[in-house]
Design a protein around this ligand. Structure first.
Ligand SMILES: NC(=O)C1=CN([C@@H]2O[C@H](COP(=O)(O)OP(=O)(O)OC[C@H]3O[C@@H](n4cnc5c(N)ncnc54)[C@H](O)[C@@H]3O)[C@@H](O)[C@H]2O)C=CC1
Ligand SMILES: O=C(O)[C@@H]1CCC=N1
Length: 267
C-alpha cells in the first residue's frame, strides 16, 4: 500500500513508524508532506520515497491519504488537495472535530474515514476509534483497520458523532493521566524527595496499579477499599479529594473537552 501523510508531526509520524514496524508499508512507498522546514529537515532520516512541502499531483499515486495537520490548518490543505485527489483513494483524517461530511464537501471526495487516536500510538499502545463514510467499501475498511491496529487497539463506531466523546475520553486522556502523575510528583517534592526519587515512586505506583486493574478480579471500588484501611492514611487523602470535588472536577473537564470537540465539528 502507498501512503501519503499530510502533516508529519507527532501523530502523523507515530502512524508512519507503526506501519513500518509491522512491515505494512515500505519506506519508499511513503509520501510525506510537511510545511515546516525544520520539521522537514528532521524527517530526512526517515528516508521516505518522497519528502515535500507542497501538496502536488503525485498524491494521486497513493492509495491512502492521511490528514494529520491541526484542525485550524485544514482549510489551506483542502484548497490544494481538492484538485489532485482521485476517486478510489481513501482519505483518513485524524483531525479533531472535523466531520466526514465537511471533508467530503471540501475535497469533493467521497471515501473518507475519520479516526481519533491517542499519543500512546507512538509505542503501538494507542486506542483509536474510527467511523467511515458509506462509500468506503469493506475491502478498504479492512485494510485501514489492519493499519490502525499497528498503532494499538481499535474500535469501529457506527455513529460518527460519538467521536467527540472519544476525543474527550481517550484522545485527550493521556494528558489527564500525565497531569495527575505530575501533581503526585509535586506532592513528593513538597514532602522533601528529590524529583528523581518522587518520579520513580509515582511512576512505578501507576504502572503496578494499572496492571492490578487489568489482572485483579476486583472492581475499582474493591481495589480502592483494599488500599484504604479504616481510619488510615488513604482515607485521609480520599476525604480531601471528595471535599475538593476532585472526581467531579475531572468529569467536568472531560465534558468540557467533548463540548470543545463538538464546537470544532460545528465550525
Ligand atoms: N496530539 C494528540 O494527542 C492527538 C492529536 N490528534 C489530531 O492529530 C492532528 C495532528 O496533531 P499533532 O500530530 O499533535 O500535531 P503536530 O503539530 O505535531 O503536527 C502537525 C504537523 O502538520 C504540519 N502542517 C501544518 N500545516 C501543513 C500543511 N499545510 N501542509 C503540510 N504540513 C502541515 C505542521 O508543520 C506539523 O508538523 C490534529 O488534527 C489533532 O487534532 C488526534 C488525536 C491525538
Ligand atoms: O487537544 C486536541 O485538540 C487533540 C485532540 C485529542 C488530543 N489532542
Amino acid at each position: 500500500m502507498k501512503i501519503a501523510i499530510i502533516g508529519c508531526g507527532n501523530m502523523g509520524m507515530a502512524f508512519a513508524r507503526a506501519f513500518l514496524k509491522f512491515d505494512l508499508v515500505k519506506k519508499e512507498d511513503f509520501l510525506l508532506v510537511e510545511k515546516s522546514p525544520e520539521r522537514m529537515e528532521s524527517l530526512r532520516g526517515f528516508q521516505p520515497g518522497v519528502l515535500t512541502g507542497i501538496i502536488g499531483p503525485q498524491i494521486a499515486d497513493y492509495d491512502l491519504v492521511i490528514l494529520s495537520v491541526k484542525p485550524q490548518d485544514y482549510s489551506l490543505v483542502q484548497e490544494s488537495l481538492r484538485s489532485v485527489i482521485k476517486p478510489g483513494q481513501v482519505v483518513f483524517s485524524i483531525m479533531a472535530g472535523i466531520p466526514i461530511s465537511l471533508i467530503q464537501q471540501t475535497l469533493n471526495h467521497q471515501e473518507v474515514i475519520r479516526a481519533m487516536p491517542n499519543t500512546p500510538a507512538m509505542l503501538g499502545m494507542g486506542i483509536t476509534a474510527y467511523a467511515a463514510s458509506p462509500e468506503v467499501d469493506m475491502n478498504q475498511l479492512r485494510k485501514i483497520e489492519n493499519l490502525i491496529n499497528a498503532t494499538g487497539r481499535s474500535v469501529f463506531l457506527e455513529d460518527e458523532a460519538q467521536l467527540d466523546a472519544v476525543t474527550a475520553l481517550s484522545g485527550s486522556g493521556p494528558a489527564y493521566f500525565f497531569y495527575i502523575v505530575k501533581a503526585m510528583i509535586e506532592a513528593g517534592k513538597q514532602m522533601g524527595f528529590e524529583e528523581s526519587v518522587a518520579s520513580l515512586l509515582v511512576k512505578q505506583t501507576m504502572l503496578g496499579s494499572f496492571h492490578l486493574i487489568n489482572t485483579a478480579d476486583r472492581s475499582l471500588d474493591e481495589l480502592i477499599k483494599a488500599v484504604a484501611s479504616k481510619g488510615g492514611t488513604t482515607e485521609a487523602a480520599l476525604r480531601q479529594f471528595e471535599e475538593g470535588g476532585t472526581a467531579d472536577s475531572l468529569i467536568r473537564g472531560i465534558h468540557a473537552a467533548q463540548q470543545r470537540a463538538t464546537e470544532l465539528s460545528n465550525g
